[in-house]
Ligand binder design. Structure first.
Ligand SMILES: *[C@@H]1O[C@H](CO)[C@@H](O)[C@H](O)[C@H]1NC(C)=O
Length: 134
């Protein structure tokens, strides 16, 4: 009897501590609108980084940082935003862009999409809030 009570007393605070650390991790992995996971390789391989872009309409138009500029194999925007990639001649992020991306993203941007290879041409990106996309 005594060992069970002792175990309960020891474990309860540990469980209470463990719970909150699990929940935010899930939330940030796919639920932060404006976060965009970029990888140099297809299928989310190679070097990967998460970038945060402001998504309030019209959204931040930002240069794609190295090593992803002209070399982004896959992108996964978090839910709640729609993102577009733009070539060097669209440094203001106008037009429809090279690719339109929303959760769960595109695993192969080195594929020809309508006459261009987005992952090899993209130099700017912009995300905008989106309530209907996913
Ligand atoms: C990415 O995944 C697809 C589907 O599983 C596969 O056909 C393709 O070869 C993969 N590409 C790379 C570069 O691993």
């Amino acid at each position: 009897m005594a060992p069970i009570s002792l175990l309960t007393i020891v474990l309860m605070p540990l469980l209470a501590l463990a719970m909150p650390t699990v929940i935010p991790e899930t939330a940030t992995s796919a639920e932060t609108p404006g976060n965009i996971l970029a990888c140099t390789g297809e299928n989310f391989t190679g070097e990967c980084q998460t970038h945060s872009l402001g998504i309030e309409i019209p959204g931040d138009c930002r240069p794609i940082p190295d090593p992803f500029k002209f070399n982004v194999g896959s992108i996964k925007p978090d839910r709640g935003a729609i993102c577009r990639l733009f070539a060097t001649d669209r440094s203001d992020c106008t037009g429809s862009g090279l690719a339109i991306l929303y959760y769960p993203g595109n695993a192969n941007l080195f594929t020809d999409l309508g006459g261009n290879i987005p992952g090899k041409e993209a130099a700017f990106w912009r995300c905008q809030e989106c309530t209907n996309c996913t």
